[in-house]
Every structure is written in C-alpha cells, then in structure tokens.
Design a protein around this ligand. Structure first.
Ligand code: C6P
Length: 408
C-alpha cells in the first residue's frame, strides 16, 4: 500500500487545523472522503440527476441503472448471494431498527430471549431493549473476559430453545475486539436463533464474507468507509426478508394499492419507501471501487501494522491505560492517560491538530463495565501513517506538561 499516494486522494488531508498539519484519528466516527467520491456525487447532480424507478426518460433510466449497479457492487463487496439481499438504509442504526421492527415485532414473543453483549454500541442495544419491552422478551448478555473479549465458554447455557436472536458486533468501536461471529452464528443456528451482526466497524477495515460468516443480517454504514453520510446497508437472507413485513409505508414499496388494501413490492424494494438517497448511493459506489482498488486485505494489514506501532508507542508513556485485547484487534485504541479527563485530553490534542474522540463512544454500558466515565480513542484508516502516531504521542506529552499539577 502506498500511503503517500493514497493521502493525495483526500483533499481534506492537505488542510491545516489551528495552524498545524491535520492529524485525523477519528476514523471510527467517520472517515474522510477521497476526491473520486466527491466527484461521483457532483457528476450525478451535474449530469444525470433524476428520480429512480419512476421516470420513463433518459435521465431517469440512467440514474436508475447507476443506482442499482451500486446495489450489485455492495452485494459482491460482502459476497452476498444476490442484490435482492441488499436493502438501502441511511446508516447502521437504521438497519438495526429495521430488523427490530420488521422482523422482531413479528417473530419475537413473550418469554423469548435476545442475546447481545456489554460491548455493543447503543445502536445494537437500545432497539433490542425496546423490542424486549414491547414483546415481553428477555435480554441476556454474553459474559466477558477481563481483557475485553466475549467469553464463549458457557454458550451451551446462554443459547437455548428460547433464544430467538443473537445481536453482536463484529468489531467493538471501543475495545477493538474482533468477535468470532462465524463461530457464534454456528452455535446460535443450532438452537434455531437468528444472528444479526453489527458490521459498522468491520466492513470498512477487513474483508467481509456474509456467506462464510453465515449471519442472517449484517448492517454497516457508508460514511465510515470513504463513502458519504446518509447511506447504509442492511444485508438479510432472502427467506428472512421475504417473511418480514415492511418497515415504512408509502411510495415505491408497494405492489398495488386500492383505497382499502395494498400489496408489497418485491424485496429489497419492499423496505425502501419514498425517494431514496440516490446521489450518496452513487458516491458509495465510488467508495467501494476505491477501497477495492487498494484491497481489503491490504487495508487490514496496514491497520494491523499501524495499531501495533501505536500500541508500542503508547505503552511507553507513563500513566497510560489501554483498553481491550492485546492480540488481534481492529485499528483503534481507547485509552486513559494520567487521570486527565479524556475531554481535556482531546481539547489539548486538538490544539496540536490531532483529532481524536473522547467520551463513552455511544457505548455507555461498556464504559460502566470498564469502570471509567470516559475514554480517549484514536482510530486509524488507510491514510494514517507512523508520523500520525508520533504526532499523537507528542501531543500527549504536551498534555502531560499542561496538566503537570494533576497527580497520576
Ligand atoms: N460509531 C463511533 O464514533 P451509524 O451512526 O448509524 O452510522 O453507526 C452506528 C454504529 C453502530 N455500531 C458500531 C459498532 C459503531 O461504532 C457505530 C458508530 C461511531 O464509534 C459514532 S457513535
């Protein structure tokens, strides 16, 4: 991977922040966008803007073909068996809510169990809390190992004939843990449970093959993988999508409508009411082409190398506490440093041009499990370099100096 060349593709990386070189280490929140994505969106609006699936005119047909081509591209990207299994949503959160409503309210009942974990982002926890409340179901949780992995030793008790759903993140946005979702899916299927994988932090960073994982649903967001905001994907197995009722009602998702009754469109359009976000789907297509021109294996290898370098560098610092496993992890590191509140740390780092995230990262139960009010988090992507890590370390030392009166 030629990171110096890749950096040239991202206009924003050329700018300064507070008079310093921008060191963008908040990629788990959202990634930056390469010029080809920005251009694809501009080209759509400048040359073939039209509504899709409706118009019988040149622009409408052209836009529809381009839009549907991206669906097929996404299917290939995650090795889904067909584009019928790819539903457009606006982000991972909406994808999970869609399953909670359209599948959950129909198939989860009184006394059923939903298994999830303490490391989930709120988007993969709150919809299940709401579903459990509405349907009289019970939430259960994987046990955790002290270093922040799922403890799979008691799966035979955790999964049973009442387990209807296992909803688990592929990669944690705080711990960096990569969960063995294929193994979990195999075990869950033995008791007839459905498996939803939150892929928000995996699809941008490693090769994903939904057939090899054998998950039933897989959710992810374009904006974390060089694509625009406002587009996400729900992959679902065909038989499940067929069995579900629609989520939203209105134009485009219908088969035929009379004054009293309606029938539904085929999947995936059954779940896509109203005019979709065509421009950003087109931009997402450009993002997938871009990532594939680099190669997902190469991206994963680059982040592994960078995170190992960063772990070594951070561990050298006196008063550093790093959360999550030491072995295989996603390209992010959450930490606390010298008892400086992560918000203060983030403010000082920002003065040095270094953008990190601080807080509970929308995973409040996990912060409680870690027994901290907040953590600081540096998260990496294709354009980050060892120089970025060095800048992070220098900025942390600046913060240490600034807060030298604080006992560690
Ligand atoms: N995490 C972070 O800074 P949306 O916002 O719907 O695109 O993605 C939600 C989401 C779901 N699952 C996981 C594991 C995530 O990390 C996220 C988004 C960002 O960590 C923003 S809170």
């Amino acid at each position: 991977m030629n990171v110096a060349e890749i950096r040239k593709d991202f206009p924003i990386l050329g700018r300064e922040v507070r008079g310093k070189r921008l060191v963008y280490l908040d990629n788990a929140a959202t990634s930056q966008k390469p010029r080809c994505v920005i251009d694809a969106i501009r080209e759509y609006y400048e040359t073939y803007n039209a509504n899709v699936h409706r118009a019988i005119h040149y622009l409408g047909e052209y836009a529809t073909a381009a839009y549907e081509e991206v669906r097929a591209k996404v299917a290939r990207f995650i090795n889904a068996p067909s584009e019928r299994t790819i539903v457009w949503v606006k982000n991972t959160s909406e994808a999970i809510n869609l399953v909670a409503y359209a599948w959950g309210r129909k198939f989860v009942g009184e006394g059923d169990e939903i298994v999830t974990s303490v490391m989930e982002h709120h988007s993969n926890l709150v919809p299940w809390q709401q579903l459990a409340k509405a349907r009289g179901a019970r939430l259960r949780f994987f046990r955790m190992t002290p270093d922040g992995k799922l403890d799979l030793s008691d799966l035979d008790q955790l999964f049973n004939e009442r387990t209807k759903l296992v909803a688990i993140t592929h990669a944690s946005n705080v711990l960096g843990t990569i969960n063995p979702v294929a193994e979990i899916a195999r075990k869950a299927h033995e008791v007839g449970a459905v498996v939803l994988v939150d892929g928000a932090q995996s699809a941008p960073h490693l090769p994903v093959d939904v057939q090899a994982l054998d998950c039933d649903f897989f959710a992810f967001s374009a904006h974390k993988m060089c694509g625009p905001m406002g587009v996400g994907v729900l992959y679902g197995k065909e038989e499940l999508l067929e069995a579900m009722d629609p989520f939203l009602f209105g134009g485009e998702m219908i088969g035929s409508v009379s004054l009293e009754e309606s029938t539904w469109n085929e999947i995936p359009w059954k779940f896509e009411a109203g005019t979709p976000n065509v421009a950003d789907v087109i931009g997402f297509g450009a993002a997938i082409d871009y990532l594939q021109s680099i190669g997902m294996e190469a991206i994963q290898a680059h982040e592994r190398e960078l995170v190992a370098y960063a772990m070594d560098a951070l561990e050298e610092l006196d008063g550093m506490v790093i959360y999550g496993p030491r072995d295989e992890r996603a390209g992010l590191i959450a930490f606390n440093y010298r008892e400086i509140h992560p918000h203060d740390l983030s403010t000082i780092l920002d003065q040095e041009g270094v953008a990190i995230r601080a807080g509970h990262h929308c995973a409040e139960p996990l912060a409680r499990w870690l027994d901290v009010p907040a953590t600081a988090r540096a998260s990496f992507y294709i354009y980050n370099t060892r120089e970025d890590v060095d800048a992070l370390v220098r900025a942390l030392l600046r913060a240490k100096e600034f807060f030298s009166h604080v006992p560690r």
